[in-house]
Design a protein around this ligand. Structure first.
Ligand SMILES: *Cc1c(COP(=O)(O)O)cnc(C)c1O
Length: 367
């Protein structure tokens, strides 16, 4: 097999997003027949030994890489982060309870809407008034009297903001985090979160897999009448094999986890991500106001970098000319406009360097 002839551009897609080339190449090499198995991972029973090895291996590697404490389970589910917007309140919000939400963007607001269908929701802090350009500080948060849980979104993919601290919540209240777009961007103390969920297609694997890390004491909170598939306890009891799981997503996750472990773990990932993000923010800050970042400096995301140019006309030109230079996927989301550079874990540093040079060159010509 040769990959030398395959040409890849720099892919700034917000999601599904770039995967490590090495992972794609392994998946390609072993797609037709897993070594020692003689059949594709797509063709074997999820109850077979080879698949159990992949699935439980992914679970163990995930726990090891992330340092998941005892008393937590890692679940491989389907339905995306979007199904978690519903499953979280269905499992954790009792009929007479209130759930507190930290509103930091479009995804938080979608989560709030779904929770409101299940019970009472209190928005404990919001950045909406300034078009979600920042993460509300701890001092602005007003919790309800006894929240059933507190929900946050650690990285706001659309607005380009990110929590760089773990919010403090009242003693004993479970903290739930939508980490879809920044999971594993650096080491995290999972013991601070009772439940973490992430759609896999940004930093972990491919679309179709959702990872949930749940503290075991939450498993039994679901009301008895909840459909079996929507209960976390169902999946925990069967180690994600209650029914046919998203086998290819789990397989690719395993490859990504091994790639991260071999590369020095999450501390190494953090150093690289910090350096990558700093380069782009330095280019914005050093442009004399030609490029204007959307996020306030203390809330800037390492994963999604959002910025504007002096006019929409120039933004259109920027995207078109960048695309012609093989910098793909830089058009911003309509809620912010302008440019969004998504530079997840697997986005190569060479692509960041190419973007930074392009930004300087574009400004020279247009500024
Ligand atoms: C992409 C994203 C989602 C939506 O994920 P799906 O897997 O498409 O449901 C939710 N939350 C955040 C923070 C995201 O980045």
């Amino acid at each position: 097999m040769t990959t030398a002839t395959v040409h890849r551009v720099f892919n700034f897609s917000a999601g599904p997003a770039v995967l490590p080339l090495e992972v794609l190449e392994s998946a390609q090499r072993d797609l037709v027949a897993l070594p020692g198995v003689g059949m594709s991972v797509l063709e074997i029973s999820h109850r077979s030994k080879p698949f159990e090895e992949i699935c439980f291996g992914a679970e163990e590697d995930f726990k090891r890489l992330a340092g998941i404490p005892a008393g937590y389970q890692v679940l491989f589910l389907q339905g995306g982060a979007t199904l978690q917007f519903s499953m979280v309140p269905m499992n954790l919000l009792p009929p007479d309870g209130t759930a507190d939400y930290l509103d930091t963007g479009v995804w938080s607001e979608k989560a709030i809407k779904e929770a409101q269908k299940v019970g009472a929701v209190h928005v404990a802090a919001s950045s909406k008034a300034t078009n979600h350009d920042r993460i509300p500080g701890q001092g602005e948060v007003r919790f309800s009297e006894r929240p059933a849980y507190v929900h946050m979104t650690s990285n706001n993919t659309i607005f380009g903001t990110q929590y760089h601290f773990v919010p403090e919540v009242p003693a004993g209240v479970p903290l739930v985090n939508d980490a879809s777009s920044d999971v594993f961007c650096r080491p995290v103390d999972f013991s601070k979160f009772a439940l973490t969920y992430a759609g896999a297609q940004k930093n972990l694997s491919i679309a179709g897999l959702t990872v949930v890390v749940i503290r075991e004491d939450l498993l039994e909170r679901a009301p008895a009448g909840l459909p079996v598939y929507l209960k976390y306890a169902t999946h925990a009891k069967e180690r994600s094999l209650y029914n046919t799981p998203p086998v290819f997503g789990i397989y690719v996750l395993r490859l990504v986890l091994r790639h991260l472990i071999a590369g020095g773990g999450l501390a190494a990932v953090e150093a690289r991500n910090r350096r990558k993000a700093e380069k782009v923010y330095a280019a914005i800050d050093g442009s004399g106001g030609f490029y204007r970042g959307h996020a306030r400096p203390d809330s800037r995301s390492w994963m999604n970098i959002t910025f504007r140019l002096p006019s929409e006309e120039l933004e259109k030109r920027f995207v078109a000319e960048a695309t012609a230079q093989e910098l793909s996927g830089l058009k911003g989301h309509r809620s912010v406009g302008g440019i969004r550079a998504s530079i997840y874990n697997a986005f190569p540093e060479a692509g960041v360097d190419a973007l930074v040079s392009f930004m300087a060159e574009f400004q020279r010509r247009a500024g």
